[in-house]
Ligand binder design. Structure first.
Ligand code: URA
Length: 260
């Protein structure tokens, strides 16, 4: 028997055996040595398992508490200029992103009277000074009527140093995060009296709203006598409230004259 005949018979016998075993269909071009594959798999199973790299627990991002950050920044301010810089560097209040300017203050830092307004409007945002729009002009006339002015006897700031979008009311969390700056502002100016204009300012400094009830009654805020008053913007819309505002200006003047 030549080797060719042997190969032919051997191959046929092998094929028949495979058919008998159920392998009746060719599924690949190349033969696969399942014994070798199984031997490889066995070797892999026997090999020592490499140490799984230790997965550290997912790091949970801890966001800073804006009120705490503001408190630390404000406490570090030793002068009004320090405070202005600290407020300018405070990044946790979203209002900053929509504002053109930080509106810090205007007037005389040595004044006995410190007025606290609510938040800058469009004109204030453009100029970077509080109360320069129509409400501010009315405020100047009210002050002038009792012999006061920004030039020599009044210091003015706001609860919020950035203009809220569409002049919306500042949100409670925004007021809370800017309050440490306001408190430090009052402490650095150290006025004899505060004038608290409008509901937002009453909320920030007295923890209460309801300006119609609060106005005209001396209260204490930041450890000093404080007079809640109607906001000049409200007076522009409600001329009849000017009578009360005039009474409040007289009360302010009387208190200053009495030296208390
Ligand atoms: N209203 C405020 O309360 N503050 C300003 O600076 C301007 C308008």
């Amino acid at each position: 028997m030549d080797s060719q005949a042997f190969d032919w018979h051997w191959a046929r016998a092998a094929l028949e055996w495979q058919l008998e075993m159920g392998a009746d269909e060719a599924i690949g071009e190349m033969p696969v040595d399942r014994f070798a594959a199984e031997a490889e798999a066995q070797a892999a199973r026997a090999a020592p398992v490499p140490a799984t790299p230790q997965r550290s627990a997912p790091v949970k991002e801890v966001l800073p508490d804006p009120v705490e950050v503001a408190g630390d920044a404000a406490a570090g301010a030793k002068t009004l200029e320090d405070l202005r810089l600290a407020m300018g560097a405070f990044e946790l209040c979203d209002l900053k992103r929509g504002a053109r300017n930080l509106v810090f203050s205007d007037g005389t830092p040595e004044a006995r009277v410190m007025i606290v307004g609510e938040a800058p409007g469009r004109d204030e945002d453009l100029e970077g000074r509080p109360f320069v729009g129509r409400a501010g002009q009315l405020l100047d006339r009210m002050l002038g009527a009792v012999g006061l002015s920004r030039a020599d006897s009044v210091y003015i700031t706001n609860v919020m140093p950035w203009r809220p979008p569409q002049n919306r009311d500042p949100r409670p969390e925004e007021i809370a995060m800017m309050k440490p700056f306001l408190e430090r502002h009052v402490a650095l100016v150290n006025p004899d009296v505060l004038v608290i204009m409008g509901n937002i300012s009453c909320d920030a400094l007295l923890g209460r709203r309801g300006i119609t009830r609060l106005r005209g009654t001396w209260a204490e805020a930041e450890g000093r006598p404080s007079l809640p008053m109607f906001h000049p913007a409200y007076l522009l819309r409600n001329a009849s409230a000017k009578r009360d505002a005039w009474a409040d200006m007289l009360a302010l003047s009387a208190r200053l004259k009495a030296g208390r």
